[in-house]
Design a protein around this ligand. Structure first.
Ligand code: SAH
Length: 462
């Protein structure tokens, strides 16, 4: 090990930065964040550094580096644009047993700045021991996306309760078990979803009880329109914690593969009117599983509250006193719009947008046709494939011009995405002989004209 990673308390410590460019500026910001007293030495400096000096936040000497600058300094950063000067500072500082960091490759100081993931009070530092700062940065970006901001709050909660838990559990092993359980359980989940007050109350409760008790919960999670990259962080986190996953037909396979490997998976999907499990039974199943103290992820296509019957499911849970939370997601309309290149609103074409269901009942659609026929708007029709001819016919009957652009997008955001465009009078015939696969979404409005120009997502079938 060339360098030992340590966390340094720099509060009130005198630190010297030599140099006035971008690197110096970044280091000054970092040192200030850590509470250091910063002195800057540089004949010329960036405006932000000068502003800090003017405000009295840092001390600034507008001249070249002099040996005596090191006097009394705890940590020195050589960040000039001259390799020789940096080397000189490094040598001198090390001769005086000081901590020194050299910002370029000209010399190796005895301090390296790691890439930092800041989830205060939690800090994660990555260092490649100087081998490749770029690799550290790439890794940092990866970890940034894996560790939600809320982990800082979680660390805050642990800090707050540490001594109380210490008093409650004598042995270190017991304490470790307590925290391990907490970090994977519903209290941590409460903190991560912003319910800190509740989490604290529950934690207090747990500490009073003989042993912390696991409690079942249902997470109603939107899985987005298909592309796994469109999942939210919270969705992914809950999917990886679940004991049971209850999922729909709309949930794509690559997304299902992101759920915890050893979780039980229950399929309750529906294919149009052909229900695998009736809605009432799904509602009851969720409550039953949670009451067995399981963490249940109810995974739904798109957003749970847009034509997802999510409301009905949580109504039952609420009535049965089961804890739950809802995780929003990108609904099919938004995923389709982005991936097909059809902006849903546009200054020139549409000032509003309607989401409607085109579900056929007795061969017709129960919709407010006057409202749908208004100009300067976009209408997005979910579940409308079977009713496409009826939809086009009805819109024309209510005064929408026959040449109004319309698109039907199959399996949007997935590699199987296909986009069919036409007009109210042509599209139904146009797709008659196409093997359109579900799910598909319909978009009506002048914005569809932009599709040719704005499409960027090339699916395999195109
Ligand atoms: N809750 C879901 C919608 C459920 S209703 C959401 O917010 O997206 C089911 C309908 O959604 C389908 O009939 C289809 O019209 C639409 N849909 C869902 N995913 C889709 C996709 N990837 N591509 C096109 N349409 C989709």
């Amino acid at each position: 090990m060339d360098f030992l990673p340590l966390c340094l308390d720099l509060k009130q410590r005198p630190c010297l930065v030599v140099g006035g460019g971008d690197v110096a500026s970044r280091k000054v910001q970092l040192l200030l964040k850590a509470g250091a007293h910063v002195t800057l030495v540089s004949p010329e400096s960036r405006d932000d550094l000068l502003a800090l000096a003017e405000a009295g936040t840092i001390i600034h000497h507008a001249r070249a580096f002099q040996h005596r600058d090191l006097d009394g300094q705890y940590l020195i950063i050589a960040a000039t644009d001259s390799a020789e000067v940096n080397q000189e500072i490094n040598q001198l500082a090390q001769d005086h047993e000081k901590l020194v960091n050299v910002a370029d490759q000209s010399a190796q100081g005895n301090v390296i700045f790691p890439s930092i993931i800041d989830r205060d009070p939690l800090q994660i530092a990555i260092s490649s021991n100087g081998a490749s700062p770029l690799l550290s940065r790439v890794l940092r970006v990866k970890l940034e996306s894996l560790i939600p901001n809320a982990y800082g709050r979680l660390a805050g909660l642990i800090k707050k309760f540490r001594s109380q838990v210490k008093g409650r559990y004598e042995s270190q092993a017991e304490r470790r078990r307590f925290w391990e359980k907490l970090l994977q359980g519903s209290i941590a989940e409460m903190v991560l979803s912003g319910r800190e007050q509740e989490a604290e109350e529950r934690l207090e409760e747990c500490l009073k009880q003989a042993a912390p008790k696991a409690k079942g919960e249902v997470y109603l999670v939107g899985a987005g329109p298909g592309d796994p990259d469109l999942l939210t962080f919270r969705a992914l986190r809950l999917m990886q914690q679940a004991d049971v996953v209850v999922y729909d037909r709309l949930v794509s396979k690559p997304i299902l593969e992101l759920t915890r490997r050893d979780a039980e998976r229950i399929y309750v999907g529906k294919a149009r009117a052909d229900h695998a499990l009736r809605q009432e039974d799904i509602n009851k199943l969720l409550a039953k599983l949670a009451k067995e103290n399981k963490r249940v992820v109810r995974l739904k296509g798109g957003d749970p509250f847009i034509f997802g019957r999510g409301g009905e499911e949580i109504e039952t849970l609420a009535a049965e006193g089961v804890n739950f939370q809802v995780v929003p997601a990108i609904t099919a309309a938004l995923g389709t719009a982005a991936y097909a290149g059809i902006p849903l609103t546009h200054r020139d074409y549409a000032q509003s947008c309607l989401f409607v269901t085109g579900h056929l009942k007795d061969n017709t659609m129960n919709l407010n046709w006057e409202a749908l026929a208004q100009p300067q708007q976009t209408v997005v029709v979910y579940m409308g494939y079977m009713g496409l001819p009826v939809l086009c016919q009805k819109l024309m009957e209510h005064g929408v011009p026959a040449d109004k652009p319309i698109a039907l997008v199959q399996q949007a955001t997935t590699p199987e995405q296909r986009v069919f465009t036409g007009t109210l009078s042509t599209l139904p015939d146009l797709i008659k002989n196409e093997n359109v696969k579900p799910p598909s979404l319909i978009i009506v409005g002048d914005v569809v004209k932009l599709q040719e120009k704005l499409k960027w997502f090339k699916s395999e079938s195109e």
